[in-house]
Write a protein that binds this ligand. Structure first.
Ligand SMILES: C[S@@+](CC[C@H](N)C(=O)[O-])C[C@H]1O[C@@H](n2cnc3c(N)ncnc32)[C@H](O)[C@@H]1O
Length: 281
């Protein structure tokens, strides 16, 4: 009776929600838009539960509409007679292929009910990976920065789809930002990179995100004062809680950037894969 759009999280199979996992386990067929989402889903369901859909790597709108109509015609009977799921990396409603499927079903198969189970998105996962705290009162803007673009203006930006790090970096630095990049954050089987050095990211990899912040924009929440109190004040002498230098950026496991870089070659077969613009989410 229903198609569930299930967010898998960034690629670590333990970062799926309990509800998402239960929904996958109960689904008759689970459709996956790519190899990464398929391998995360495979942690919870058998290969025989996975359905096949074709996703063309094209920007041609006619071709895209044709492909999504075909995909919807494939999914609709399963969702009418039972339960189907369509998984995406991150959250299904954040820059995701799921929106195409939902709109196409709404238009051509309105009898299919569609529900979404949210997932841990890169929009939030970056903060933990980079050791960044978005304090109360902060403004944070989400933008795309493909092919060397660098949308600037707001004090804090999260930039998705960075395919030319050096060009984007040049523009961000010129506009006065401090920038941290993360590649393949929380993704099983791949090397995670967290760095402020664009030369480490010369190889193109679609799964790259950046956090850009204008220096001095940090709010000072009440507890930040603990960082400036002296021992005599009853506090410890440390940097204010909100301040951070690039050398103490923490990674997903709470380690420093150096630890992240030392953790290279965690495995993975990503060489050919990382050069493609995947639509796995
Ligand atoms: C089509 S968007 C999909 C976003 C996804 N639905 C989400 O909620 O995170 C793809 C972009 O998300 C970012 N991204 C997704 N997963 C990532 C990861 N594990 N590490 C770094 N960036 C990631 C990259 O910027 C990538 O180009």
């Amino acid at each position: 009776m229903t198609l569930y759009g299930v967010g898998l999280g960034p690629g670590d199979s333990e970062l799926i929600t309990v509800k998402g996992r239960r929904t996958l386990e109960a689904a008759d067929v689970i459709y996956t838009p790519g190899r990464l989402s398929r391998s995360v889903a495979r942690e919870y369901v058998s290969e025989s539960q996975l359905g096949d859909l074709d996703f063309p790597m094209t920007r041609d709108e006619d071709e895209l509409r044709r492909a999504w109509k075909e995909a919807a015609s494939e999914v609709a009977p399963t969702a009418r007679e039972g339960t189907a799921a369509f998984v995406t990396l991150g959250d299904p409603n954040v820059y995701s292929t799921f929106g195409h499927l939902r709109r196409t079903l709404d238009r051509f198969h309105p009898e299919v009910e569609v529900e979404t189970i949210p997932g841990v998105s890169t929009v939030t996962a970056f903060a933990t990976a980079f050791g960044v705290e978005i304090t109360a009162g902060s403004e944070l803007v989400l933008r795309e920065a493909a092919r060397g673009a660098a949308p600037v203006g707001p004090d804090r930006l999260v930039l998705f789809k960075i395919t030319d790090v050096s060009k984007t970096h040049e523009k961000l630095i010129e506009a006065g930002y401090d920038v941290i990049y993360g590649r393949r954050l929380f993704m099983d089987g791949y090397e995670t990179i967290v760095t402020d050095d664009p030369t480490e990211l010369e190889e193109r990899d679609y799964y790259t995100v950046a956090y850009a912040e204008k220096p001095g924009t940090g709010e000072a929440p009440a507890t930040a004062a603990f960082g400036t109190e002296t021992e005599a004040d009853g506090g410890e002498r440390t940097r204010p809680a909100g301040s951070r230098s690039s050398s103490d950026v923490t990674g997903p496991d709470g380690g420093q950037i150096a630890d992240q870089l030392a953790a290279a070659e965690v495995g993975g077969d990503g060489e050919a894969y990382r050069n493609m613009e995947e639509t796995d989410d």
